[in-house]
Design a protein around this ligand. Structure first.
Ligand code: PLP
Length: 403
């Protein structure tokens, strides 16, 4: 991997913040975008912009073809069986809300939905609200102190009332890479479908939906170098075909009269209104960039950064790293003594370092650890070992100033 070239491909990284070179370690919140992505969006608006589908004119056909090609590329990237299984959404949150909405008629009073104790609010609140509305029960698979899930316990929780298991592929707080293939297998043995929240998974793991056997997979483009406002709900054709539409209006219909409406086929049934065409092309360009750079090389590099940073942070007095799973992705949450994460984050910002502080949209997980939040450094392909050095020195300095 040519790290120098990669950094050139992300011009935003080359800037000073508070008089110091920017060290961007907030990648779990959002990643920066390479020129290839920025250029693709710009080209679309410079040369191809038009509303998609149904247009007879040239630009509409160009835009439609580009949009549908993007869907096809994304389907191949996650190894979906067909491109009809790729529903474009605004992101993970919308993908999960879409699913919670269309599964609603299927969830009856007394039914159960299982999530885990490490879920992002996006994979918690939609299910909680659905359960509340339909008088169903939300059950939570506990996390242990290391940040892993107990699969034996999961087996016991999978009673005949369970209608869905919704679980993170990778935790955005702990970095835990959950054994999702095994989880899917266990759930399917009991006839329970599985949604994986792949917001972090898409960026830090190989995603092969057929190999995983998963029923639904949700992710956001912006976590993998694509623009904000585009994401995907993957759903198995056999599921999506059976489920009702989500939003109603243009694009998603077949025939409309004042008396009755019939709906379009997949995937359009789930894409009401004018879609984010530029976003879809940006996502295609981002995935292409990742593939061209080399998925394995990226993951190896991120792993090196994670291990190096963990080892160096552990040498700081009073350091408490949250999340010690054996399988861990490039997300590193920590606290130092009694220092408030916000104070540490503010001092790091003054030294040009971008980290995230707070509960990371996982308040129940914070309650479990009995902490107000953490400082979180998260790595991407463009981060360097030198940046880790700068970051760790800055943490030491900040701790010294605050104590
Ligand atoms: N799930 C996880 C694990 C996440 O990390 C995030 C974003 O941080 C989300 C869901 C929500 O993603 P988005 O805000 O892009 O919809």
């Amino acid at each position: 991997m040519d790290l120098q070239q990669i950094r050139k491909d992300f011009p935003i990284l080359n800037q000073q913040v508070n008089g110091k070179p920017l060290v961007y370690l907030d990648n779990a919140a959002t990643t920066q975008k390479p020129l290839a992505v920025i250029q693709r969006i710009s080209d679309y608006y410079l040369k191809e912009n038009s509303n998609v589908h149904r247009g007879v004119h040239h630009l509409s056909q160009v835009a439609t073809e580009a949009y549908e090609n993007a869907r096809g590329y994304i389907a191949k990237y996650i190894h979906a069986e067909e491109s009809n299984e790729i529903i474009f959404t605004r992101g993970t949150t919308e993908s999960i809300n879409l699913l919670a909405n269309v599964l609603s008629p299927w969830i009856q009073a007394g039914d159960e939905i299982i999530i885990s104790g490490m879920e992002h609010h996006s994979n918690l609140v939609p299910w909680q609200q659905l359960c509340e509305r339909n008088k169903a029960r939300l059950k939570v698979l506990p996390v242990d102190l290391d940040g892993t899930l107990d699969l034996n316990f999961l087996e016991k929780m999978l009673t005949p009332q369970v209608k869905l298991l919704a679980i993170a592929h990778i935790s955005n707080v702990l970095g835990t890479v959950n054994p999702v293939k095994e989880i899917v297998r266990i759930a399917h043995n009991k006839g329970v479908p599985v949604l994986l929240d792949g917001a972090q998974g898409i960026a830090h793991a190989k995603v092969d939906v057929q190999d995983l056997g998963v029923d639904f997979y949700a992710f956001s483009g912006h976590k993998i170098y694509a623009p904000m406002g585009i994401g995907v709900l993957y759903g198995r054709f056999t599921w999506l075909r059976r489920l009702p539409p989500y939003q109603f209006g243009g694009e998603m219909i077949d025939q409309v009269s004042f008396e009755k409406t019939t709906f379009n086929e997949l995937p359009y049934k789930y894409e009401a209104g004018t879609p984010n065409v530029a976003g879809a092309l940006g996502l295609e360009a981002a995935l292409h960039y990742v593939q061209k750079t080399g998925v394995d090389d990226i993951f190896n590099h991120e792993d090196k950064l994670l291990k190096y940073a963990t080892e160096k942070l552990e040498n700081i007095d009073g350091m408490r790293i949250i999340g010690h799973a054996k399988e861990k992705a490039a997300v590193l949450s920590f606290l130092v003594n009694g220092l408030h994460p916000f104070d540490l984050g503010t001092l790091l910002d003054q030294m040009g370092i971008a980290v995230r502080t707070g509960h990371h949209c996982a308040q129940p997980l914070m309650d479990f650890y009995g902490i107000p939040g953490t400082v979180r450094a998260s790595f991407a392909m463009y981060n360097t070992l030198e940046e880790v050095d700068i970051f760790v020195d800055a943490v030491k300095k900040a701790v010294g100033m605050l104590q």
